[in-house]
Design a protein around this ligand. Structure first.
Ligand SMILES: NC(=O)C1=CN([C@@H]2O[C@H](COP(=O)(O)OP(=O)(O)OC[C@H]3O[C@@H](n4cnc5c(N)ncnc54)[C@H](O)[C@@H]3O)[C@@H](O)[C@H]2O)C=CC1
Ligand SMILES: O=C(O)C(=O)COP(=O)(O)O
Length: 332
């Protein structure tokens, strides 16, 4: 099989392992730093069958047209917003990702951590000792018990958050795009209702053309003045400037963000000055356990598609039937 891995040295821990394992099984592996480098390798494009790249890589119709033999796109991570998944599906290309349990659960634990740290004003309170200030007389911590927690998006991470919070005495609601069976402890509600009535709003949706910019300033203004707003999925869903403006205008609001648009967060971003914000550089849910498992899962996905086996983490399962038929024609 001809495999290309595209990404800078920050992907070495994924790509070195994959390179090793694929080569040991007789596959040919080429490494490119950028999409531009890949596109410049015109001859290689014709014969490439598998592409490994992260969500910052653009895999679109133009690319697929240049890679007539491409059968699978594999990302080391969960988000695939750089991939045109519909076009991949239309071309019979299977998309696999790193949606491993360790990753979803770490992210869910991080969302719970952000929620509690915000409600209990952990970072504001901790400052008193670090700055050698007298203990404040005013209590700012608020309980989670009895609050309404609204999830936007109810995929693997959203469900893991709800499962964990179901033991905390909260009322759980989720805004979902399609009707589906929900666990007994979560009620489906419209996005407007979730925004207007929740004490805690947690963004758990994927970034895609539909969700990009979904929560603009008007939408955010519908939230309660003292809402806790958490985003651990993708910054592009909520414009940073809108969030910063609202949190500056509403001191009782608390926000906790792991993701921004663009990343890294701009040096002069107004978010950095907000006392009511917790900010982490896209790593609050990266744990020792998930970071150990991700490169292994990336290799397992690559080896599976190289051997025409359906990998464990498929983003576009509707393609599987066509994809398996491709195998029959490839082997004729
Ligand atoms: N900060 C980090 O380190 C990490 C971030 N992520 C991000 O979290 C996202 C979600 O991960 P999973 O839950 O595993 O993915 P998933 O694919 O299981 O769930 C995504 C959910 O988003 C929903 N969704 C998509 N567009 C929507 C819209 N317009 N309105 C409402 N819901 C919408 C989908 O219906 C689906 O339920 C990933 O796409 C990734 O971008 C994932 C892992 C780590
Ligand atoms: O799994 C995902 O989508 C992630 O966001 C992982 O974060 P990273 O891309 O490793 O910075």
């Amino acid at each position: 099989m001809n495999v290309a891995l595209v990404g800078t040295s920050s992907f070495d821990r994924f790509f070195n392992l994959a390179h090793d394992q694929l080569q040991r099984r007789g596959h040919s592996v080429a490494r490119f730093l950028t999409r531009k480098d890949l596109l410049a390798a015109v001859d290689a494009l014709q014969s490439l069958e598998i592409l490994g790249a992260s969500s910052s890589f653009t895999a679109d119709r133009e690319l697929f047209a240049k890679m007539p033999r491409l059968r699978a796109l594999v990302s080391p991570f969960t988000g695939v917003e750089g991939f045109d998944v519909s076009a991949a599906t239309a071309n019979g290309i299977l998309v696999a990702n790193g949606q491993i349990t360790e990753n979803s659960v770490s992210m869910a634990e991080a969302a719970v951590l952000f929620t509690l740290a915000s409600l209990y004003d952990l970072h504001g309170t901790e400052r008193y000792l670090r700055e050698n200030l007298p203990r404040p007389s005013q209590v700012r911590a608020r309980m989670l018990m009895g609050k309404k927690v609204g999830l936007i998006g109810f995929g693997k991470i959203g469900q893991a958050i709800a499962e964990r919070l179901s033991a905390w005495g909260v009322r759980l609601v989720a805004s979902v795009r399609t009707t589906r069976p929900m666990p007994a402890y979560v009620a489906a509600q419209s996005l407007d209702e979730v925004l207007a009535t929740s004490d805690v709003v947690i963004m758990a949706a994927a970034l895609n053309p539909e969700s990009r910019g979904m929560l603009d300033l008007d939408a955010l203004r519908r939230m309660k003045p003292d809402v806790v707003f958490v985003n651990i999925t993708r910054g592009g869903i909520v414009p940073d400037d809108a969030l910063a403006a609202l949190a500056a205008e509403r001191p009782a609001m608390r926000i906790a963000l792991d993701v921004f648009d663009p990343e890294p967060l701009k040096e002069n971003s107004p978010l950095r000055d907000l006392p009511n914000a917790i900010l982490t550089p896209h790593m609050v849910g990266h744990t020792v356990e998930s970071q150990k498992r991700l490169p292994e899962a990336f290799c397992e996905n690559l080896l599976a598609v190289a051997e025409w086996r359906v990998p464990e983490y498929v983003v576009n399962p509707s393609v599987i039937e066509t994809w398996l038929r491709k195998q029959d024609s490839a082997q004729l």
